[in-house]
Each structure stands twice: as C-alpha cells, then as structure tokens.
Design a protein. Structure first.
Length: 633
C-alpha cells in the first residue's frame, strides 16, 4: 500500500517492519539443520558388515581381508573380492566393509598375522573425521544461540505488536483511511446533536480559512462523554469514514508498557506523525485509563501513567495556531479525569452522549435491522417504547439475539415473538432450571404477586408488564415494570411508590406466612439505598431538611472519602439514620395494610401465576378484575 500524500512511497504506518531477531534465528536454525544433515549423510553413507572377532581372524587366515584400520578397540576394514562375495552370500546383501571389536584380552599375535597375510594396516588417532568433531563441538552452541534469538524476537514482537527490538517507543496509533472505512455518519442514529457538532469540526478541518476569516480558532480537543454503549467509539469510526484528513486512532491503554518512559515516548511520536500530516485528527479511546486524577486515593500514584498524562498535556499545549490537529477522546468516567485535561485550551468542547429516548431508539433499531428480514408483525415503534433505558449497544444486541432465536427455531423471518424472547433474555436473564419444592414455589408466587399488586394499584408506579415465577438469572421470580415514557426527573411521590413496590414482596410473605424469607434481600438493599439518597442528597425529609450532603455517593478511588472533610456532625448522622429507619418502617406498614385490604386479589393472582407460571399485562388485569377491581385513579 502506498502513501497517498507521496505517490509511490510506502506507508510505514500500514506495513509493519520485520523483526530482525526472527531473521537471524531462522538463519541459525537453518545452518544447524544443514550440518546435522551432513553428519547423518556421512555416517550412514556406507553399509558395514559386523563380524565377530573369531570370524575376522578366520577371514584374515583365508586371505579375504584387504586392509584394516585400527581405532582403539574398533577394527574397521575392507574385504577382498572373494571375502565380499562370501559374506554377501551369507547376509543376502552387497557389502565391502566390515566392523569388529577387539576382545578385552589383548591378542599379541594379531599384528604378525596381518603382516603374514599381507593385509594393509592403517591407524587413526580418532574415531571420527576432523570436520565431524568440529560439528559436534559447535552444534550445541549454534542451537542455543538460535533459541535465544528466537525467544528474544518473539518477546520483542509481542511487546511492540510487530515492531523490531528498537521500535518500542514508536506510536501504536492506527491510521484509518476514508476509502477503507465502512462506517459513516449515516450509520449513527439517535445522537443528532452530537453529529451536528462533529460535522462542524470536520468542516473546520477541511476548510479552516472559512473560520479563520471570522476570527474563530479550532478547538484543540473534543471529549465524548457518555455511559457505555451510547456510541462514542462508533461515532469516532464514522468520523474516520467521513473525514478527508488523516485519522489516527489508539486506545489509551496502549501507551503503557513495562518500561518506564515508553508511554510518553509513544505520545510524542504520535503527535509528531499527526503534525507531519496536518490537518489531522487523533482519537484516544478510554481516556480515563491514563487521564485519571493524579494523587487520588491511598497508595500514591502510578509514575508511568502520570508521565504519559503529562506528555499529553504538554503536546496539546504545544499546538500552534496554524497546526490543524484535533484530539478526540472518549470516556464513560468524566468524574475521574484530571482537572488539567478539562480546562480550556485542552479539551475545549465536551459532547455528551446519553441513553437514547424513544424516537432515537426507533431510529437506532432501523439502522440495525437493515440486513435482518423482519416479519409483518414486528413494530419497531412499539419495540422502542418497551426498551426504555437501552443504549445503542443494547439495541444492537437485542436485534442480534432476536436473529439468533429465529435461527434456532428455523424461521425464515424474525418475528415479534423472537424480539420478545430476546428482550426477556436481556432484561430478566436466561431461563434456568431450578428444582423448587411446592412450598418454595408458593412463597415465590406470593412474593412476586406482592410486588405486582403494589405496582398495579400505586398511582405513580411504573405500569406492570409481566409476572413470572420461572427462575431467570439469579432471581427465583421476576416482576417486570415498563415506564410509560422516558424519565429524566423523579418526584418524591414516584420514588415513594417505587419503594412500596420493592417492599411488596416481603410484606406479602409476612401476611401469608407470618414471617419473611431471604428472598427480599435485594429489595431491602435497593429500597434502603434509594431512601438514603432521597434524604441525604435530595432533601426529601422534613426532619432533616433541604440538605445536600453527598450521602450514598460511590467513590471511585480508595481513600477519597476518607480524606474528604466531614460534611455533617455525629448528631446529624444519627438523625439521618433514624429518619431512614422511620420512613422505611412507615412505608412497610402502609404496604402491609394495603395488601391486607387486597388479600382477595393477592390470593387470586398467586393461584393464577402458580398455574400458568407467567402472566402478561392483559392476564393480570383480567385476574384482578374478576377478583374485584378497585384500582385507584
């Protein structure tokens, strides 16, 4: 592949350099095998007849031996024509040479016998030719050196991902090309505002004079922020497909290696390559891998990571006004980034990618079902309404799971049932076989029906979608609720009704059996956590008052919470704890009394779910209507 900037010149970024140690090791191994081949060829070249010493002396007496070579205890020789004919007839194969060994007892008459029979006597100080001794002396060292070069080359190749032993400081950024990219902005849906910002940046890179004429300066860095799966990396790939400028992409973790200073050297090399081809765009994925706050938590810092971060900050500061190099980075943890990265002059612009709303989810689904044959009963608008909280990656996984389900059932099209099964698998977990006793099965049924009754009757609770007592994942049963619409702000009444739904399962067990089981462990954990945030962060308590104390926040770094100053006294902490306990007990008391008033509906629903195992919204409504519907308006 040639470099488009200089026709006919190879592009070193696309063609990895061969590893020198691997070439040398190949040559060393080839030489060793060649010498071994010569050794085997020489040693097996001529066939020798093995004789007993008595047979040898008899052949000498009969004049059948032409010459002998005395080598210590070995006697090698050559037959005369008569001797060769005799022994060839005995063995059935043609042979001229022979080999015998002297007996342990010395034979003083051997030399005189050989002289009388006029046998030519030859002597040899060694049992092998000189060149064979040379091979045996050097062959182990040749093999050892070959193995050392082999392992050294393999280690360097793994460390540098294809580079030679001196390329460890080179940048590992991959240079994307527009003609080879298959992703464009048309493949990105549901983030229209982010696409507009990116289109403006691409236009800035293509025609910077239009903006400079008005005094505008191109931002040095753009930070893509959002939860996992919201399309940050996909958007970067789309930019690579749309931009007509060099696009260098790398993961932040690729800067760090086992050697100190390698990360900083790779950063320098990457920015140097980008400046040579400016205007250019650099994309750093998972920036938080090297951009975390310095000196946070216990145990000190990480010198190599901090050196790499410092080098990035220095390189971004070094951009001149005429250097059209833009750094694009992505992270899902902006709260852990170092403040020096986020100041103006570094990452000047922040683009937030949130989980898509209903219309955006429908647009994303349309992108992912382009190559999927859909049945007529598939309604993407209805499917998007039932996937509240799904990210773009979740929706892609949903379409793939539905297609896999259709393939397992040997269908020609993906129908609505396949999407329903895929959705249940993603939300509820995979169905598993659990051998529950009849008593345990009844407890699970009443527990889930307690959740369902509260979800059905509480006016602010999310609508009830499904009840099942088939084990999914780690849960013995599941009560599913689907919000009517996407929520971005929660009222106190909504949160309290949500806690009542959480306490419904435990309250039902208390009413029916007079005791509770361990099945409510996660319900109690989530209810306590939510109520703690309501009181400590959102000021939803008359006794505590409108205080935002940061109670219930999760700290990323060990020791940050320990090193932070205390925001409240022990007396206020006791008041918060007692208020959480008091409100939880009041909400549970309300839930128990409410379920007692609807005991008839609770029993009817429990019997129905034990019979059918899974009930839909329509079936739940029918059962409760027959048992006496008194739904609160």
């Amino acid at each position: 592949m040639t470099n488009p900037n200089e026709p006919g010149k190879p592009d070193n970024n696309d063609k990895p350099q061969p590893a020198i140690p691997n070439q040398y090791s190949f040559l060393w191994l080839s030489a060793a095998f060649f010498l071994m081949f010569l050794w085997l060829q020489d040693t097996g070249r001529s066939q020798q007849q093995e004789l007993a010493y008595s047979e040898f002396k008899e052949a000498v007496l009969n004049g059948q031996v032409q010459e002998v070579t005395l080598r210590n205890e070995e006697i090698r020789g050559r037959f005369t024509e008569a001797g060769a004919a005799r022994f060839s007839s005995d063995t059935g194969r043609s042979t001229e040479n022979f080999l015998t060994l002297r007996p342990p007892v010395d034979d003083p008459d051997l030399l005189s016998l050989l002289e009388r029979q006029e046998v030519v006597i030859r002597g040899a100080p060694s049992g092998r030719p000189w060149w064979q001794d040379l091979i045996l002396g050097f062959l182990p060292w040749i093999l050892l050196l070959a193995l050392m070069f082999w392992f050294w080359g393999a280690a360097q190749k793994r460390m540098t991902q294809g580079g030679g032993p001196f390329d460890y400081a080179k940048s590992r950024a991959r240079r994307a090309r527009k003609e080879t990219s298959t992703t464009t902005l048309d493949d990105v849906a549901g983030i229209e505002s982010a696409k507009r910002d990116i289109a403006e940046i691409i236009d800035f890179l293509k025609s910077p004079e239009k903006y400079r004429r008005l005094g505008a300066v191109m931002p040095k860095g753009v930070l893509l922020v959002g939860p996992p799966g919201t399309g940050k990396t996909l958007l970067a790939r789309a930019i690579a497909g749309e931009a007509e400028v060099p696009f260098f992409s790398i993961s932040a973790s690729e800067f760090i290696e086992m050697f100190v200073g390698v990360g900083a050297a790779r950063v320098r090399d990457m920015f140097q390559n980008a400046r040579k081809e400016a205007p250019a765009l650099i994309f750093i994925d998972e920036l938080d891998a090297i951009g975390r706050s310095r000196g946070a938590g216990l145990g000190g810092g990480h010198d190599e990571r901090e050196q790499t971060l410092n080098q990035i900050l220095t390189e971004m500061d070094g951009f001149e006004a005429h250097e059209n190099v833009l750094v694009l980075a992505a992270t899902n943890r902006p709260d852990v980034l170092d403040s020096a990265l986020l100041r103006p002059g570094r990452f000047d612009r922040k683009i937030t990618l949130d989980r898509p709303h209903k219309e955006a989810r429908e647009a994303i689904l349309k992108v992912h079902v382009r190559k999927v044959p859909l049945a007529a009963d598939v309604d993407l608008a209805q499917l998007s309404a039932r996937t509240t909280g799904f990210s773009g990656a979740d929706l892609k996984n949903l379409v793939n799971e539905a297609a896999l389900t259709a393939a397992r059932e040997n269908l020609d099209e993906v129908n609505a049932h396949c999407f329903e099964q895929a959705r249940d698998r993603l939300i509820l977990g995979e169905e598993r076989d659990a051998q529950l006793t009849p008593e345990e099965r009844e407890v699970v049924a009443y527990h889930e029906c307690g959740h369902a009754i509260m979800a059905y009757y509480m006016p602010k609770a999310d609508p009830l979608t499904k009840i099942t007592i088939i084990p999914h994942g780690m849960a013995m049963g599941v009560t599913e609720q689907t919000p009517r619409e996407d929520k971005y702000n929660y009222t106190e009444s909504y949160l309290r009704d949500r806690i009542k739904v959480m306490l419904g399962g435990r309250s039902a067990e208390k009413i029916i059996y007079g005791e509770v089981s361990t099945g409510a462990q996660n319900d109690l954990k989530e209810a306590t956590k939510l109520l703690r945030r309501m009181i400590g962060q959102w000021g939803m308590s008359e006794k505590v008052g409108p205080l935002g104390l940061g109670i219930g926040e999760e700290h990323v770094f060990l020791g940050r919470e320990m090193g932070a100053p205390r925001e409240y006294s022990e007396k206020l902490a006791d008041l918060i704890d007692s208020e959480i306990q008091s409100q939880l007990m009041d909400l549970e008391s309300y839930t128990v009394n409410f379920l007692k008033e609807h005991r008839k509906e609770l029993d009817a629903l429990a019997k129905a779910v034990m019979k059918h195992e899974t009930l839909s919204t329509e079936e739940i409504t029918e059962v409760l209507s027959k048992a006496g519907d008194r739904k609160i308006a």
